[in-house]
Structure formats: C-alpha cells, structure tokens
Write a protein that binds this ligand. Structure first.
Ligand SMILES: [Zn+2]
Length: 411
C-alpha cells in the first residue's frame, strides 16, 4: 500500500476533547475518526488492526468447535419481553418507537440466539450448540470518555453455548476461558481471569478478563502469584491481605476489561421455552453460557499498553502492516525503491510504503506514530538491493540484504 493513496493520514494535532491515550494516538495516527463521544469510524489502518484481532479470535473460537453466524442488530420489543429484559436492561438499551411498533438496537444477543436454538434443535443429541458472531453492539453510555475503550457503539465477538446439563456447560465454560487467555496472549495482552458481578446480565458471579492498566475503569484485587483475582465491586478481601498460598500481599490495581464470560444456567431458557427431549423423551430446559470479547476495546487496550511519547508500538500479530518502507534522499522514482516494494509484497510481506515527497524527519516521525514494528529505509547510501532495518522498539539500525528482509518478515 502506498501511503499517498491511503485514506486517513497522520495529524500532529492533539485532539482537544480527548483525554484517553488510546483515542489521542489512534486519532493522530489516522486509525479512527470520531463522530461523537463513544462513536468512532474505523479508517483503513484501524480496520486492518481490528481484522487481525478478529481472525485470531475466529481461529481460537473455531478450535473449541464453535461455528460462526451473523445475527441482526434491530430487534423487536417482543423478544426482549420474553425474558423481561426490555424493562430490566432499559438503562443500557437503545429503545425506540417507529410507527406503532417498538424496537431495540442490540446490546447483546442471548434472546436472539435462544430463539434460533428453539427453532432449530429439539433433541439431546443435537446439543451442545456453540455459535458466535462478530457484530456491532449498542450501549447507552452516559459517560463515554475513554476513547475506544468505552463506546456507545463498538465491535464485539459474542459466543453462546447451549447444553443439556450444568456439568457440560461448566466444562465448556472453562474451555472458553482457556481459549480467551490464548487469544489475549496472541494479540499481545496479558489478561487475568477475574471473578466479577454480572451487572444487567445475571445475578450469578461471572468472570472478566482484565489487563492491568492505569487507563482502566475497573479496579481489581489480585495475587501476583496468579491464584486469586476479584473485581473490587464484589471483593471479599482487602488489599494487603496475605495470600493463603504464601505469595505475599494482595494488590489493588486498575485494569481494562477486555472480555467477560457468563453462565446463565436455565433462567432464560425457562422463560423462552427453550427445551430439549432427553433420552427418555422428557422435555427439559437447556443451559446457556455467553462469552464476549470487545474487538475495538482490545485495540484500545493494546494502544494503552504499547506506546511511548512518539506513538503506538503494535505487537507484530495485530500490526496493520508488517513493514513501513521509507525512501530517503531520493525522488522515489529510482528503480531500486520500487524494486524493494515489489520484492517485499511479492514475498508475502504487507508493506506500507511512504512514497510522499516529504522530509526524512517527517517520514520517520510518522513511522513512530503509526507504530508498525519494522521500519525499512532504502536510499543511495544504504545501497542497491539493501535495506536499513530498524525495529520500533529500538534505535539500533542494521543494513541487510533485501532478500534477508523478505525472509525475516514473511516467516
Ligand atoms: Zn497467591
């Protein structure tokens, strides 16, 4: 991709109405555009990051045996009345009237999923059902001040599982929890599984996946030994208490919630008449689990963790491109500049080529702001068939053969 052609360029201007680091850097880097508080467009660079996160989640969800679907965002009031959530979740839902009918914009999909299950599966041997989708969620956020960490509209992966027993649900719940840890590791986030309250979703305790960060809106008490973590909203102990396993005092820290998993049991199935026939032909209510990861929030969390005073530092797995190619001293029309770009792209490397006629200093500053892990410089000084290799995390530069760079970046 030639940078001159890319829609959405960098900006030196710090957005005045943003306080969150993630919003400032994503706006300045040309990753997102702000429509209003809590509502952002994903520009081509931002969408590339989100698509990388999405693919990693897809791979890990498929590995648990789940299948991908896509459910609607516009819901009739009637389906929400079946569980009573039209009333109980009123504060977070966008509800409205059109003509003489009432609708909601999706803030979650348990009801829609259960409707699918009761229509399409009836007997025990058709269970468990494991379905997920990537789609937009709408939530009425009175204060949306944390950039893409808290949107009124945001992208989420939600997985639902329906089982014939609590034991089977419990088993899959743990399997998904493990898959979540893997997802977060792959996208560069060290997430803790934290016990939490269920909010508008359930009275039962749930588990959140929390990334330690001062930018977080949550507070957790945890043991660095890894055996204990609770959200302070339900915490049964105080910070400073000694861990029972001898790891030392429990710590209280701020954290960003990047995922949340729930066990609903049969509560909604009973209300919505989602039944299955067991081996003896007796009809019983099904057991529901629900599992969410916020994609845009994960992108924001990554920026909060990986940045410095110059800009973003993307982990390679979610970087919008593998390499940022820059030519200096030349006009860009020299054959070796185009040759470097062609060899890299033909070798399977995703390259952003800054082909503008601006100073080297300006190009390098943009490289640092955009945060692609590897910067490659071509110039007469570097030499034909060679590139200067520099990683975003280091100031060290080395001259390597173009072929070596292709090999390193495509492996
Ligand atoms: Zn401990």
């Amino acid at each position: 991709m030639r940078y001159s052609q890319l829609f959405g360029k960098t900006s030196r201007q710090v957005p005045k109405d943003e306080t969150a680091v993630n919003a400032k850097l994503l706006l300045r880097g040309g990753f997102v555009d702000k429509l209003m508080a809590g509502s952002y467009s994903l520009m081509p660079l931002g969408l590339r990051v989100v698509k990388k996160i999405e693919q990693i989640i897809r791979e890990e969800m498929n590995a648990t045996g789940a299948q991908e679907i896509l459910m609607p965002l516009l819901h009739p009031k009637s389906i929400w009345n079946e569980t009573g959530r039209w009333e109980t979740a009123r504060e977070v839902m966008y509800q409205f009237k059109k003509g003489d009918r009432e609708y909601a914009l999706s803030f979650t999909h348990e009801e829609i999923l259960l409707d699918l299950v009761r229509k399409h599966v009836q007997t025990y041997h058709e269970f468990p059902v494991k379905l997920y989708h990537f789609s937009t969620k709408f939530r009425n956020e009175p204060r949306a001040k944390s950039g893409v960490l808290r949107g009124r509209e945001f992208l989420m992966k939600d997985l639902y599982s329906v089982h014939t027993s609590q034991e089977d649900l419990d088993k899959y719940y743990e399997e998904v929890a493990d898959a979540y840890i893997t997802v977060f590791e792959r996208i560069g986030l060290k997430a803790l599984k934290v016990e939490a309250a269920g909010g508008v979703f359930t009275k039962e305790h749930t588990h959140e996946f929390q990334v330690l960060s001062e930018a977080g809106e949550d507070e957790i008490i945890y043991c660095p030994g890894g055996d204990f973590a609770q959200n302070t909203e339900i915490a049964t102990v105080k910070e400073g208490k000694q861990c029972d396993l001898g790891h030392g005092p429990l710590l209280k820290v701020k954290a960003i919630e990047v995922g949340n998993i729930f066990r609903f049991g049969t509560v909604y199935s009973e209300k919505m008449n989602v039944m299955f026939a067991d081996r003896g032909g007796t009809r019983k209510p099904a057991f529901l689990g629900s599992y969410g990861i916020g994609l845009t929030r994960a992108m924001g969390a990554i920026v909060e963790i990986y940045h410095d005073e110059r800009g973003i530092i993307w982990p390679a797995a979610v970087s919008p491109f593998d390499a940022h190619l820059v030519h200096v001293e030349d006009s860009g029309t020299e054959p070796w500049v185009k040759e470097a770009y062609d060899k890299l792209t033909k070798g399977g490397v995703e390259v952003l080529w800054d082909d503008r006629q601006v100073s080297a200093g300006e190009k390098f500053a943009d490289c640092d702001l955009i945060g692609i892990p590897v910067r490659l410089v071509v110039s007469k000084k570097v030499g034909e068939g060679k590139v200067e290799w520099k990683e975003r995390t280091s100031d060290k530069t080395t001259i390597v053969d173009l072929a070596t760079a292709v090999k390193k970046l495509s492996s």
